[in-house]
Design a protein around this ligand. Structure first.
Ligand code: PLP
Length: 426
């Protein structure tokens, strides 16, 4: 039963490692063949076999206003006629920077880069340059892109020295990374107590989405802020996923906890390759050309990327957008919970705004360890039943799903219908 996607995957594998340009796209966690996509519109994506899916991946977050939004496309078409890249400053960059600074409480100055990975790498370098310290604390299950010192797995003990999560990352890099359990303030306090003056930064996803969605405990976020304030450690919120997603001003505005620095990406590029990092002026002014911390990018602030981001933010800035996202998301998750209760399937759904994960778990999922207890076999079966029903979910138990402004009531109801059938067949 070979279809076009299957043939294309075989062809792709000849030229591209695994046939994909980012690992999770290969469906390794769930098995099967990833549909090759030809186009997208609104809440839908279309594959080479002529199938139409309701899309809950949204390019992993950026497509919050829906695919091919007319306002974004029109602005891009206009930008396209002027030039692709100059490697020189443009006025549109000021406008995007201003919007980001006005929206995100912690950001007084911001620098654009080309990906979330670049944003976190640069933010950590800046925090190190600013503090003159080397070590960083991260949390197990939080993903901050694929920079060497951030690709570190949790050890078993609370302050276990980092072990690289990937071959090719020297132990020496990982040694400066301390990995601790999320939502566990005591573990952070213990780690900081033993070596506060060596720690440059604490970096976290304030709403983790990369081990599946996890709800942060407010005392945890507040406690980190206080601890950093007392010790001169730079608190970095990696809001590459949550920024302009869980709220206009990101998780920091939702929970009222203001970090020293913030990383952005995904939504602020509206589907183009973009990242950004920003924070307090006092810290950002250490960046070249003003200060001694070097960071640069040939295509940073690229006119097309900036245009897509700017138009996406303009659409999001209109009144009622986040209320709409909240309403659709609340409806979908509330009804999904009801469906799950009617069957013997044990699930827990975590949701913050338009981000959600349905865990096949019998207990609450509050951190990486509890997430890992999920039944990934049941998830894979569920995933493929949904895909067969033309619902495109993130192809892993440990990923977030994304609802956009383009998801209609009809889309949500169809999704629930397919879900009800899937639960029965599991
Ligand atoms: C996606 C993501 C990144 C990496 O961004 P890329 O653009 O893929 O490099 C970093 N941090 C978080 C929280 C993310 O969700």
């Amino acid at each position: 039963m070979s279809n076009k996607s299957e043939l294309l995957l075989e062809k792709a594998k000849k030229y591209i490692p695994g046939g994909v340009n980012s690992p999770v796209r290969a469906f390794k966690a769930v098995g099967g063949i990833p549909p090759f996509i030809t186009s997208a519109l609104g809440s839908k994506i279309y594959d080479v076999d002529g199938k139409e899916y309701i899309d809950y991946v949204g390019s992993w977050g950026p497509m919050i206003v829906g695919h091919r939004h007319p306002q974004v496309i029109e602005a891009l078409q206009k930008a396209l006629t002027k030039g692709l890249s100059y490697g020189a400053p443009t006025e549109a960059e000021i406008e995007l920077a201003r919007m980001i600074v006005e929206a995100v409480p912690s950001i007084e100055m911001v620098r654009m880069v080309n990906s979330g990975t670049e944003a976190t790498m640069s933010a950590v370098r800046l925090a190190r340059g600013y503090t003159g310290r080397d070590k960083i604390i991260k949390f197990s299950g939080c993903y901050h892109g694929h920079g060497d010192f951030l690709l570190v797995k949790a050890g078993s003990g609370a302050t276990t020295l980092g072990i690289p999560d990937s071959k090719g990352v020297p132990d020496d890099f990982a040694r400066n990374t301390i990995t601790l359990p999320f939502n566990n303030l005591d573990a952070v306090k213990r780690a900081v107590k033993s070596e506060a003056l060596k720690i440059a930064a604490i970096i976290l996803e304030p709403v983790p989405g990369n081990m599946g969605v996890i709800l942060p405990q407010e005392e945890f976020l507040c406690g980190l802020q206080e601890l950093c304030h007392e010790t001169g450690i730079v608190l970095i919120f990696d809001e590459v996923m949550s920024g302009f997603r869980v709220a206009w001003g990101g998780a920091q505005s939702l929970y009222g906890v203001i970090p020293d620095m913030t990383c952005l990406g995904k939504v602020i590029g509206g589907g183009m390759p973009v990242g950004a990092f920003g924070g307090k002026k006092e810290i950002m002014e250490n960046l070249a050309p003003l200060g001694p911390v070097y960071q640069a990018g040939t295509l940073s602030g690229n006119p097309l990327a900036v245009t897509a981001g700017l138009e996406t933010l303009k659409i999001l800035a209109q009144p009622g957008t986040y209320a709409t996202l909240e309403k659709s998301s609340e409806y979908l998750v509330k009804e999904a919970k009801k469906l799950a209760q009617k069957t013997s399937v044990k699930t827990h759904i975590n949701r913050v705004g338009s981000l959600f994960t349905l865990f096949f778990a019998s207990q609450e999922v509050i951190d990486y360890d509890t997430a890992l207890k999920s039944d990934t076999v049941a998830f894979s079966r569920y995933f493929h039943l949904m895909l067969k029903g033309e619902i495109y979910l993130a192809p892993s138990q440990f990923e977030a799903n994304f609802i956009s402004l383009a998801h209609s009531q009809e889309d949500l109801d169809k999704t629930l219908e397919v879900m009800a059938k899937a639960f029965k067949e599991l």
